[in-house]
Structure formats: structure tokens, C-alpha cells
Design a protein around this ligand. Structure first.
Ligand SMILES: Nc1ncnc2c1ncn2[C@@H]1O[C@H](COP(=O)(O)OP(=O)(O)OP(=O)(O)O)[C@@H](O)[C@H]1O
Length: 364
């Protein structure tokens, strides 16, 4: 087990800047997720820790030791890539055993190898595939074997790059739960990359949100969900996305230009333009106390199993609400929507200021 400290990492590929002064600290035994859209620099961050790409500036410490510039195989980390290659001529068992036989991380008796492989393959649900060859596996099975190859080998830290990306939704959800358990059991430091916010929220002890090679926010799932530092983080989390209403603060009121919203401004909110952020699941039907109220007409009602996604036209904008299907109004009906003031995010110039209930401090 090892802590990871990345300090001021900058990395360019030719003219493309992949990372800019990226700093992160991952505690010993922590399951740390890096979340970001395609091209944000997630894979480059992992490669910087693994030593697979030279960095232009900054340092990487693993377990308190400066590893910047140290050969990858001396860093005591194990990395799984999204497209991890398996040995085509070897069975699944031999593929899994090979990292234990290489001798780089110690020698293991046949019994120890069996035990380790047994634990990992049980967790990943691939025990029945041990005698097959990679060509006899589905993509999802191959990906799990590849992940298994990384997890069998004891390491100071596991670096996992979208390891569930080829699995179908059901298997992903099941594997998420298993991985969480595996993380808790082995308490090995894990740096896990994904572009899937649900995966990040489900797995991460803490999550770093990356945008264009920079860290935008680091926090627990609850922190980044309920106090996103800006509209980028707010919109990166949640499906459907948060609705953002443009409004103006004047004379102690917050109003939208179309008059659909007119509500008391919390103390200290500066005059000028703001954005009000409403998470679809925080939007309810009917009046509520201490809530922002918006009237509108249901333009669309889309069934999502037990829930219904409503798109409600209010003034010039659409507000999205996700409600229980039993309570869902029909299309074209007139509705009143409400969101508790504490759950109405207030952004000033893209940065979160607080909620309608008042100003809050947050970590940058
Ligand atoms: N080998 C390379 N040569 C040139 N540019 C690269 C190389 N690898 C990455 N880049 C660029 O660096 C930036 C960051 O890439 P990176 O692969 O780290 O992003 P990512 O967040 O992992 O994306 P994805 O989710 O699509 O895998 C991107 O603009 C990418 O095009």
C-alpha cells in the first residue's frame, strides 16, 4: 500500500497540452476516482504515475518516495488499460498467473498463486473461464480478465483506466459493487479513471473532476454532488443534467427576464447576473414551503421505468423534473414545480456562490 502525491504535473504531447500543473494527493488505501470527459487528461495522469510517459514538469511521489523519472517497473504500481492486451496463446489461468511468475514483485508458490487467482476471479465472476483462451472470450470477459491480471499482483497502488467500459449496464453495476468490496477488502490504494459519473459517485472515497488537463474539484461524492464548485462540475454529474436558469439580482430579488422566477435573494448575494441550478430530482410537483416555485406547461413526459422525466416549459426556458410515474402529469397540462431553497444552486459567473438558502464556503 502506498500514498500517491502528484505535484504540479505539466505534460504536453507536441503542441497539445494534456496536463497543466496538476496536483493530487491520494491517501494510503484510498479508492480515488478521476472523473472527466474525453480528452481531459485522465489517462495521461495515470501514465504519469506509472512512469509510462515522461512529464515536462512536476513530481510524483509514491509511498513518500520521489519516483519522478524512475523506471515504471520500479514504482510498485500496477496499471490496467482500457485495451489491455492478453497473451493470445495462453489460457486465462496462465494469463492471470504470469504477473505472479515474473518474479518482479516476489516469488509465489503454486499454492499462493492459486489462492490469489481464486480470490480475484471469484470477485470478477470469471472463475469458470480459467481454461479458455482469450479468443474464446467476449469483450466484457476479456476486459475482466485484463483487470484480473492487474489485481492478482500485489502492488503499492492499482491504476485502473476505465476497466468496466466494455461491460453492459447490468454487469457494470454488478462489477461496481464487487470492485467496491475488493477495494475495501484489499485496502490497496487505487486510482481509478472513468468518464461515467455514476461509477465515480458509486466507487470513489474521493473524486477529482478533471477538465482540460486541470483539476476543477476534489471531494467526496456527497461534496461534489451537493456543492459543485462551478457549472462544469454541476453539469458533469447527473442525468438528466442540471437545469440552469439565467436570472438577475436586483433590489433583493432574483428574477428571470421572462418573469417565470421571482424570489427573494439570499443575504450577501451580489447584484448582477446569476445562474440558478435545479437538479431534476430535486424538482417536485406542487407548492412546498421554503422552496423556489416555477409554473409551467408539460411539454414532454418520458417514462423511465418507475420514474417519469418531465420537460416543463416555463417562460422562455425548459425545466427538467424527474418524478414518480404515479404522480406524473400528462403532456400539455399546467403544473407548479418547486425546489427547496437549500437545493437551488446559485452560480455567480459560473462559480458556485451557495444556494438560495444562503452563501456556503467550499473547497476549490
Ligand atoms: N500519445 C499522444 N500523442 C498526442 N496527443 C496525445 C497523446 N495522448 C494523449 N494526447 C492528447 O492529450 C490530451 C489528454 O489525453 P488523455 O488520453 O489523457 O485524455 P482522457 O481524459 O484519458 O481521454 P479519454 O477519456 O478519451 O481516454 C488529449 O487532448 C489527447 O488528444
Amino acid at each position: 500500500m502506498a500514498s500517491l502525491t502528484l505535484d504540479g504535473i505539466t505534460k504536453s504531447y507536441g503542441k497539445t497540452r494534456a496536463l497543466t500543473e496538476l496536483s493530487l494527493t491520494v491517501a494510503d488505501g484510498e479508492f480515488f476516482v478521476i472523473l472527466g470527459p474525453s480528452g481531459a487528461g485522465k489517462t495521461t495522469t495515470l501514465k504519469s504515475v506509472a512512469g509510462l510517459e515522461p512529464i515536462d514538469a512536476g513530481t510524483v511521489h509514491i509511498g513518500g518516495t520521489d519516483m519522478t523519472g524512475v523506471e515504471p517497473y520500479r514504482r510498485n504500481v500496477a496499471m490496467a488499460f482500457e485495451s489491455y492486451a492478453l497473451y493470445p496463446q495462453r489460457t486465462v489461468f496462465d494469463n492471470l498467473a504470469s504477473p505472479l511468475r515474473s518474479g518482479r514483485t516476489g516469488t509465489y508458490t503454486a499454492e499462493q498463486q492459486q489462492k490469489r487467482i481464486g480470490e480475484v476471479t471469484d470477485t470478477l465472476g470469471i472463475s469458470h473461464l480459467l481454461q479458455r483462451f482469450p479468443r474464446e472470450l467476449s469483450n466484457g470477459q476479456r476486459q475482466r480478465v485484463a483487470l484480473g491480471r492487474v489485481l492478482v499482483r500485489p502492488a503499492g497502488a492499482y491504476l485502473l483506466d476505465e476497466p468496466l467500459s466494455h461491460l453492459d449496464a447490468k454487469l457494470r453495476a454488478a462489477m461496481r459493487a464487487e470492485l467496491k468490496q475488493l477495494g475495501a477488502m484489499s485496502s490497496t490504494t487505487t486510482l481509478y479513471v472513468t468518464h461515467d459519473y455514476q461509477e465515480a459517485l458509486a466507487l470513489g472515497d474521493r473524486i477529482a473532476v478533471l477538465r482540460a488537463g486541470r483539476v476543477v474539484q476534489v471531494g467526496t461524492a456527497a461534496e461534489i454532488w451537493s456543492r459543485p464548485v462551478d457549472t462544469f462540475v454541476a453539469r458533469a454529474l447527473g442525468q438528466p443534467e442540471m437545469t440552469l436558469l439565467s436570472a438577475t439580482v436586483h433590489d433583493g430579488r432574483i428574477r428571470t427576464a421572462d418573469g417565470a422566477v421571482d424570489v427573494a435573494a439570499p443575504t450577501g448575494l451580489p447584484r448582477g447576473d446569476v445562474l440558478l441550478g435545479l437538479r431534476p430530482r430535486a424538482v417536485g410537483l406542487g407548492h412546498r414551503d421554503d422552496a423556489l416555485t416555477v409554473d409551467g406547461t408539460v411539454r414532454l413526459a418520458e417514462r423511465l421505468g418507475r420514474l417519469v422525466e418531465l420537460t416543463v416549459r416555463s417562460g422562455d426556458t425548459d425545466v427538467v423534473a424527474v418524478v414518480e410515474s404515479a404522480a406524473a402529469p400528462a403532456e400539455d397540462s399546467t403544473v407548479t414545480l418547486s425546489v427547496p431553497t437549500g437545493e437551488v444552486h446559485v452560480f455567480v459567473g459560473d462559480r458556485r456562490w451557495g444556494s438560495l438558502a444562503g452563501k456556503e464556503d467550499h473547497d476549490a
